[in-house]
Ligand binder design. Structure first.
Ligand SMILES: [Zn+2]
Length: 580
């Protein structure tokens, strides 16, 4: 066939594909306040897989209740190999649903959207020309199967939903760094294999009442390198709000109070990498969360979530080239940073005014349950007002970025995570003494009760020392300046908000192993004083100045132990060496 004929035939086939509109294959019952069960969800995705060559339902690892994590892939052609898709320069949009199964709008909306885009409703299939959409139908499968009428105390519809905790009672949306759950480890594989450019996690919120069915936690610009910061702040996020406004359901930023009433001001919610959207951000992926409003009727919640997915997918497709280009530039920018932020605060001095459609807050309503006064909103009194929106976070503390970390091989659970996420490293070929910078943990405060299976360290202060450390054949050398630099720094810098240190991966260094006995240390302490006259003089001076010390035998031995070479070097020494 001649080339021109070939192009003509291809064009006809292509345009036929784009204009055809098939019948819907699935039946959703959100109008009846019903969200599908786990089996129904998977059956519907299987049906779509069976009927369309350009979609496939994959199994990607296990979850904590033994069932596989599914991934539904929609492309323009029957190509489902992520490496091949990356070579074609297609954008990848990942949508995660049912992490909190009591918040199921995204499950319904994703099924509905998949059915529509595959049957090319209103020409929607055009999105797929440069964007591949990958969907996790239900992330927390254990929780979704734990279905009941009484799982959501603040919610009236849908009538039955799943439960927040997973099969091991973890809140999976706090698990993206420590990854105690098999769900998180399977998610790592998907994330690394597909390397999404844009990420959405769907939720429902029970915050204040207002007129919107859907709210958005947008990506926080402060978390991104300058090039992506500008793009997100000036183009990406404003376009989502603008395009939502053209449809039936308007979008408002997630209502995070800065004072007790949204009318006095709202702020941008910035989480930390334990949350899915912030986890995505560490890989320069534009991560965000929809929070449907719990007090709205379920059909409106599903429809507004559908509208958002459509707006996001369309925008991603239309701007595919610039999203990819900015991301590539941002990665290059990150790889050259000298300082890395480990703490942030909301800037309460800068804000902009945004339109907010709320309901009047009422303080003295009488509760029909208790007969007592209660706080509430009067939905018969809507208002539209301009409110202050504080959306700028600023770093308050940074650490110097090293060139390499050296991780002793005993910490293999960390390397397992690095392997799943494609972090590059090499191993030492022989036992070596290396002069490195090490951090000592000076002070640590921890949660008094476990949170998601851990006594997370709420406060960490450190100081650095230069030491000759012994490392052994097989220990891991991690070059910092690689594509995954942000993830490496967020997890290995002990002071970072969700570091492995904070999540108890290194608690073994926090207690002393040798120490001393009041009787047993006597002889060595005396010998040390005799052999070190200047220290002995210092010790005697201290005894004279401090009467409490002077009359306490054990305290004096402790002074000698803690201020000489006897003090064990490994105590509170964070064992990951840094080379600058
Ligand atoms: Zn949630």
């Amino acid at each position: 066939m001649k080339l021109s004929v070939l192009i003509f035939v291809a064009t006809v086939i292509f345009s036929t594909f784009l204009t055809a509109q098939n019948q819907s294959l699935i039946h959703l019952r959100y109008e009846e306040n019903y969200t599908p069960t786990y089996d129904e969800v998977i059956e519907m995705f299987k049906l779509l897989d069976k009927n369309y060559d350009n979609a496939i339902l994959l199994e990607k690892g296990k979850t904590d209740n033994g069932k596989p994590l599914h991934l539904f892939v929609i492309n323009s052609e029957p190509v489902f190999n992520p490496a091949q898709i990356r070579e074609q320069r297609k954008t990848v949009l990942l949508i995660n649903n049912g992490i909190h199964p009591g918040e199921p709008e995204g499950i319904d909306a994703s099924l509905w959207f998949s059915d529509d885009i595959l049957r090319n409703k209103n020409g929607m299939a055009e999105i797929l020309q440069n964007t591949v959409i990958i969907i996790i139908p239900v992330y927390n499968i254990g929780g979704h199967l734990n279905r009941g009428l009484y799982n959501r105390s603040g919610q009236t519809t849908p009538y039955e939903t799943g439960f927040r905790g997973n099969a091991k009672n973890y809140d999976l949306n706090r698990d993206f760094i420590k990854s105690d759950s098999q769900n998180a480890l399977s998610f790592y594989q998907i994330f690394n294999e597909w390397n999404p450019d844009v990420f959405l996690d769907t939720h429902t919120t029970n915050g204040s009442d207002h007129q919107y069915s859907i709210t958005l936690i947008p990506p926080s610009p402060a978390r991104f390198p300058k090039v992506q910061q500008d793009y997100i702040q000036n183009e990406f996020v404003p376009a989502l709000f603008r395009n939502m406004k053209k449809g039936e359901y308007e979008l408002i930023p997630y209502v995070d109070y800065i004072y007790d009433d949204p009318r006095k001001g709202m702020s941008l919610f910035q989480g930390s990498p334990r949350y899915s959207n912030e986890f995505a951000t560490m890989f320069h992926c534009i991560g965000m969360v929809t929070e449907n409003q719990i007090y709205k009727a379920f059909p409106d919640r599903v429809k507004s979530c559908y509208q958002f997915i459509n707006v996001l997918a369309s925008y991603t497709a239309e701007n595919s080239a610039s999203i990819k280009e900015k991301r590539a530039q941002a990665i290059r920018e990150s790889m050259t940073i000298k300082d890395f932020p480990v703490a942030y605060r909301l800037d309460t001095t800068t804000f902009r005014l945004i339109e907010f459609k709320g309901y009047e807050a009422v303080k003295n309503q009488i509760s029909p349950v208790t007969g007592l006064e209660r706080f509430g909103y009067d939905t018969s009194k809507p208002y539209t007002d301009m409110v202050k929106y504080f959306d700028s976070w600023i770093p308050t503390e940074t650490v110097k970025v090293p060139e390499y970390y050296i991780l002793p091989q005993g910490y293999k659970e960390i390397i397992e995570r690095f392997d799943l996420l494609g972090v590059r490293y090499s191993t030492l070929e022989k036992d070596t003494i290396i002069r490195v910078t090490v951090d000592y943990i000076d002070d640590v405060e921890s949660m008094q009760r476990p949170s998601n299976g851990h006594y997370y360290h709420t406060k960490v202060t450190t100081h650095s020392e230069q030491q000759n450390m012994s490392y052994f054949k097989g220990d891991f050398i991690i070059p910092v300046r690689q594509e995954k630099i942000k993830y490496i720094l967020e997890t290995l810098e002990p002071k970072a908000e969700d570091s492995f240190f904070r999540w108890n991966f290194f608690d073994n260094i926090l207690d002393q192993r040798e120490y001393f006995s009041s009787y047993g240390f006597e002889e060595n302490a005396l010998k040390y004083l005799n052999e070190h006259p200047s220290f002995k003089a210092e010790f005697e001076k201290k005894r004279k100045e401090d009467p409490e010390l002077a009359k306490n035998h054990r305290a004096q031995l402790a002074y000698i132990y803690n201020n000489t070479e006897w003090l064990e070097k490994t105590w509170k020494r964070y064992p990951v060496g840094k080379i600058f």
